[in-house]
Ligand binder design. Structure first.
Ligand SMILES: Cc1ncc(COP(=O)(O)O)c(C=O)c1O
Length: 425
C-alpha cells in the first residue's frame, strides 16, 4: 500500500527529524518495494514520450511554472537524481529549509553558492578566521574578477566597524556575507543576526546582501542559522553529516527563492554530488543525531580533563563560556549545544604540541572533523598554514594549539590516550 512519503505528522503530533530520516521522501512503490532507497547509478533517465521529455525540460529550464502538484521529472543526473532528491528533502527537515542542493564537496557548496550572487565590482563581507579553502577563494580567486572580500573578526561585536566599512565599501554593492560560526579552529562566535543587520544597513538600493552561514561545526543539530537571519546555510557534508570520514560532499539550504539561482548554477557548473555519495549520506543521516549527541557528551568529559591538566595552557570549548564572556549571550541565543570541537594550547609551543600529536594512539593525526573517530591536528602548520603569521596571532592560532574533533569512542579511553600523550609534552 502506498502512503504519503512526505507526511510529517501522525494526527496532531509533528514528527521530529530523527524519526523521519529512515523513510522521508522515498516511496517503495516506485522501486520494486525496496525498503531502502536504491542507488540510482545512472547518468540519464528514459522519457515515456517526446511530449513528456519536452514537459520535463520546460519546468527544469524555467520555461513554464510547474502545474499544481507536478513533480519535476527526472532528466539527467547533473540536473536531478532520486538519491539526491530524497537526501535533499531529508536535509531540509533538520534546518527547517524549503529547498536544498547537495554538492560534490563543501567547497563546491561554498563556491557555487557565492558565485550565484556576486558580480564584478561587488564586495563580499566575511568573518575571520574562515576555513582555509573558503579563505583562499575569497582572497585569491574573487579578486581576479574585481570582487573584494572584507573580513570582520569573529568573537567581537560587529557594530563598531560600521563607519570604517561604509568608507571602505563606498558606492559598491555588498552582494554576499559569508560567516563561519563558531570559527575554525578557535571556536570564536559570530552574531549572525547582528552581522546580517549590519550588512543590510550597508546595502545599496535593490541589492539585498545574501547572508550565507557555513554551519559545518555545529549543524544541523546544535545551530540553525536560518532562524537567526541567515538566507543560506552551507555544510561540508564531509564532516558530521557524512560522519564516517569516508566521503567528500557538501550542501546548501534555504528558501526556494534563494536556492533557485544556486541550484541553477549547480547544473551548469556540474558541482552536484554523485548518486553513490547521495546514498552514503542518506545512510549517515539515519544516525546523525546519535553520533553528534555521543560526540558532544564525550567532548564535555575531554574538555574537563584538559582544563585541569597542568601542561595545558588554555582550552577553547563552547561548553565552558562563562556568563561574563563577551559572546555568552550569542551562545545562549544562537547555539543549542557546544558540539564536539575543542582547541587546546599546550605549554611549550610547536615542539610540545608536536610531541603530543605524535604520542596519540587512539586519537588519529589527520585534518578533518566530525567523524566517528577522534582526530587531532596542528592548525598553525596544517589547516591554517596559509594564514599569514600576523593574522594567526590576531586570531589566536598559537604555536601550541591543537584542534581536537572528539568522536564516539569511550571518553575514558580518549582521556587515557590524551593523558599519555600529554606526558610527552
Ligand atoms: C568549516 C568548513 N567549511 C568548508 C569546508 C570544505 O569542505 P570540503 O572539504 O568538503 O570541500 C571545510 C573542510 O574542512 C570546513 O571545515
Amino acid at each position: 500500500m502506498s502512503h504519503d512519503s512526505k507526511a510529517t505528522r501522525i494526527g496532531e503530533r509533528v514528527l521530529r527529524p530523527e524519526s523521519l530520516m529512515m523513510g522521508f521522501g522515498y516511496d517503495p512503490v516506485l522501486s520494486e518495494g525496496a525498503l531502502k532507497c536504491p542507488i540510482f547509478q545512472t547518468s540519464t533517465f528514459v522519457f515515456e514520450s517526446a511530449e513528456e521529455g519536452k514537459a520535463f525540460f520546460q519546468v527544469a529550464y524555467g520555461l513554464r511554472e510547474p502545474g499544481a502538484g507536478e513533480i519535476p521529472g527526472l532528466i539527467y543526473s547533473r540536473l536531478n537524481n532520486p538519491d539526491l532528491e530524497v537526501l535533499e528533502d531529508r536535509l531540509c527537515l533538520w534546518d527547517a529549509a524549503e529547498s536544498a542542493a547537495v554538492f560534490a564537496s563543501g567547497m563546491a557548496a561554498v563556491t557555487t553558492s557565492l558565485l550565484a550572487f556576486v558580480r564584478p565590482g561587488d564586495v563580499v563581507l566575511h568573518s575571520t578566521p574562515l576555513y582555509g579553502g573558503s579563505d583562499h577563494f575569497l582572497r585569491h580567486v574573487l579578486p581576479t574578477w574585481n570582487i573584494e572580500a572584507i573580513g570582520i573578526p569573529a568573537g567581537e561585536r560587529p557594530e563598531p566597524l560600521e563607519a570604517s566599512l561604509r568608507e571602505r565599501i563606498g558606492t559598491r554593492a555588498v552582494a554576499a556575507v559569508l560567516l563561519e560560526t563558531p570559527a575554525n579552529p578557535t571556536n570564536a562566535l559570530v552574531d549572525i543576526a547582528a552581522v546580517a543587520a549590519l550588512a543590510r544597513r550597508l546595502a545599496v538600493p535593490d541589492r539585498r546582501p545574501v547572508v550565507l552561514v557555513d554551519n559545518t561545526f555545529l549543524g544541523p543539530l546544535w545551530q540553525r542559522p536560518l532562524q537567526h537571519g541567515a538566507d543560506v546555510v552551507i555544510y561540508s557534508a564531509t564532516k558530521f553529516i557524512g560522519g564516517h570520514s569516508d566521503t567528500i560532499a557538501g550542501a546548501a539550504l534555504g528558501s526556494a527563492e534563494v536556492m533557485a539561482p544556486i541550484r541553477g548554477l549547480r547544473t551548469f557548473l556540474g558541482t552536484m554530488a554523485s548518486p553513490w555519495t547521495g546514498w552514503l549520506l542518506m545512510r549517515s543521516l539515519e544516525t546523525l543525531k546519535m553520533r553528534m549527541t555521543a560526540a558532544m557528551k564525550n567532548a564535555r568529559h575531554v574538555a574537563r580533563f584538559l582544563n585541569e591538566h597542568p601542561r595545558v595552557e588554555r582550552v577553547h570549548y563552547l561548553g565552558d563560556l562563562s556568563s561574563d564572556h563577551p559572546m555568552f549571550d550569542v551562545y545562549q541565543r544562537q547555539c543549542l549545544g557546544p558540539g564536539s570541537l575543542i582547541a587546546f594550547e599546550v605549554k611549550g609551543g610547536e615542539a610540545a604540541a608536536f610531541r603530543v600529536l605524535n604520542a596519540m594512539r587512539l586519537v588519529r593525526l589527520a585534518v578533518s572533523l566530525g567523524g566517528t573517530e577522534s582526530l587531532a591536528e596542528h592548525p598553525a602548520t596544517m589547516t591554517h598554514a596559509d594564514v599569514p603569521y600576523d593574522q594567526q596571532q590576531r586570531f589566536g592560532i598559537t604555536a601550541g594549539m591543537i584542534r581536537l574533533s572528539v568522536g564516539v569512542e569511550h571518553y575514558d579511553d580518549l582521556i587515557a590516550d590524551l593523558a599519555n600523550a600529554l606526558d610527552a609534552a
